[in-house]
Design a protein around this ligand. Structure first.
Ligand code: UDP
Length: 325
């Protein structure tokens, strides 16, 4: 039985659908989600959805006591970088306690394999590009710190209890599949906010800084299609089943795209102008984040299959179909 925490969230629900599409039996999947930000309607009706919170140890222990869980994908976590700078307690208490309670339940019930949602934010400001996994771990916000701490905790649970893990350090998850798109409340991410300008005539995108030392002055990020991320989880589960050693892997496309270039591609794909104004830099924004994904290719045979045009096309289709203005 596979337990997916946070399986009603953006990357989580895409992964659930993706696994079922590849032939996973929905009866062998349990989604555990507190539904604070997750969308229950995005979890297939054939999958058991348990509403529960990892910070409540009894709730997660109960899931393990009632089901023979032999592997876990752990998505559930607070994930707003900006909020983590104003309310670090929320991030440290919930993300760390939640992860620990999950690992304790795994230990108590002999579950030995976990795929963990980590993030490129563990690196902070990288010293060299593209970023390889041996880059210094030096987060610049509490959100990234919680991911870095959990990666360390995982190392100890492997060391002491033999729980094997794959930490997947996502770069910028984006795009849409299975009629599910990127929709957070509040929304803080570039692509959905730029899309909003196409459908809401009162909304203007604020571009955070146009004076970076990059090719066009705008921040550069590495965008990965959410279905390619889902595919990496499938591969990571297989990797762990073959008994290989625990590892942390970058998941990026190795292509840096600037904020201005994203706007240009959205305009090209939609045929409409994106309204924007360039404002102050956002605190804590690294100038450029681009992954080397050589290790993921070596260990998992993973390579992203969808480029930035497919990302933007799928996002545009989804926003168009869901807009009710
Ligand atoms: N960004 C922006 N305006 C927004 C949201 C984001 O200019 O309203 C920029 C942000 O500064 C960064 C890039 O878009 O350079 C991607 O930001 P996002 O929040 O989507 O992801 P992050 O890289 O912070 O995880």
């Amino acid at each position: 039985m596979l337990l997916i925490t946070g399986g009603a969230g953006y990357i989580g629900s895409h992964t659930v659908h993706y696994l079922i599409n590849l032939g996973y039996n929905p009866n062998d999947i349990i989604v555990f989600d507190n539904l604070q930000y997750g969308h229950p309607e995005n979890v297939p009706a054939t999958v058991t959805l348990i509403r529960g919170d990892l910070t409540n140890r009894a709730e997660i222990e109960e899931v393990f006591s009632a089901n023979a869980i032999d592997e876990v994908i752990h998505f559930a976590a607070y994930a707003y970088v900006g909020e983590s700078m104003t309310n670090p307690y929320k991030y440290f208490s919930s993300n760390i306690t939640g992860g620990l309670n999950l690992l304790e339940a795994m230990k108590d019930y002999g579950c030995k394999r976990i795929v963990f949602s980590s993030s490129c934010s563990v690196y902070g400001i990288p010293k060299k590009l593209p970023i390889t996994e041996d880059e210094e771990i030096n987060p610049i916000n509490p959100y990234g710190e919680t991911k870095a701490i959990l990666e360390k905790i995982l190392r100890w649970y492997d060391n002491i209890f033999g729980i094997k893990y794959v930490s997947l350090r996502y770069f910028n998850a984006s795009g849409a599949g299975f009629d599910i798109g990127e929709s957070h409340d509040p929304e803080t991410h570039l692509i959905p906010l730029a899309m909003r300008t196409l459908f809401d005539s009162r909304y203007k995108l604020q571009v955070f800084g146009g004076d970076y030392h990059t090719r066009d002055g705008f921040c550069i990020r590495d965008y990965v299609h959410v279905l390619d991320l889902a595919d990496a989880h499938f591969r990571a589960l297989n990797y762990l089943r073959t008994g290989d050693q625990s590892i942390a892997l970058n998941l990026g496309s190795e292509q840096g795209i600037s904020v201005r270039e994203i706007i240009g591609i959205i305009e090209q794909v939609s045929g409409k102008p994106v309204r924007f104004e360039v404002t102050e830099r956002r605190m804590g924004d690294p100038q450029e984040l681009v992954a080397s994904s050589i290790l993921a290719a070596d260990c998992l045979g993973w390579k992203p299959q969808r480029d930035i045009y497919e990302i933007i096309k799928s996002a545009y289709q989804w926003h168009k179909s869901t807009y009710r203005g």
